[in-house]
Design a protein around this ligand. Structure first.
Ligand SMILES: [Fe+2]
Length: 158
C-alpha cells in the first residue's frame, strides 16, 4: 500500500505535537542558567568567524571582532525567527477550520519560534551590556511595521 503525501504530512504534524508536549524548555532554566558572557574570550570559533585569518588585527582586536560577529549572529537569528513565525502563522490560517492536528502542530511550532526570538533577544542584550558603544544592527529585529496610508491598521503590503 502506498502512503500518500497527505498521510505523511499528517504523521509529521502528529509527531511535532508529541515532541512539543514531551520537550518543554525554558530560556533561563535550560539555556542561560545564570551564566554571563566572558568578554576575555572569543564568542565564535575561528572556523566560523575566520578572525584568525585577519593578520592585520592584534589578538585583542580579533577577540573583539569575534564578539561583534557573535552579537551579529544573535541579531540575524532574532530577525530570522521573526519571519519564521510570520510564515508559519500564515500557513496555519489554511488549517483554522480544517485539519486541527496540523493547526495545533503549527501553533506549537510558532510558540517555540517565539521562544527562540526571545532567547536571541536576551543573548543580544547580555552581549550589549559588556561591549563598547557604537554597534548598530539594521534592520532592527524588533521594529514594528510602519503605518501605511493604504492600510491604517499598520501593515504595509508594499
Ligand atoms: Fe527557531
Amino acid at each position: 500500500m502506498q502512503t500518500t503525501l497527505r498521510e505523511i504530512l499528517a504523521n509529521r504534524y502528529a509527531k511535532c505535537i508529541d515532541v512539543s508536549k514531551r520537550i518543554r524548555w525554558d530560556i533561563d532554566r535550560d539555556v542561560i542558567r545564570g551564566r554571563t558572557f566572558d568578554f576575555g574570550k572569543k564568542f565564535l570559533p575561528d572556523g566560523l568567524s575566520r578572525v584568525d585569518q585577519l593578520a592585520c588585527l592584534s589578538g585583542k582586536e580579533r577577540r573583539l571582532m569575534s564578539q561583534i560577529q557573535g552579537r551579529t549572529y544573535a541579531n540575524i537569528f532574532r530577525l530570522v525567527e521573526r519571519y519564521i513565525v510570520a510564515k508559519v502563522l500564515e500557513v496555519s490560517r489554511g488549517h483554522c477550520l480544517g485539519d486541527q492536528i496540523a493547526l495545533e502542530a503549527l501553533v506549537r511550532f510558532s510558540d517555540e519560534e517565539l521562544k527562540h526570538q526571545e532567547l536571541f533577544r536576551r543573548l543580544e542584550k547580555m552581549i550589549a551590556e559588556g561591549m563598547p558603544a557604537g554597534y548598530a544592527f539594521r534592520p532592527d529585529p524588533d521594529e514594528k511595521p510602519r503605518p501605511c496610508s493604504a492600510n491604517p491598521l499598520g501593515r504595509c503590503s508594499r
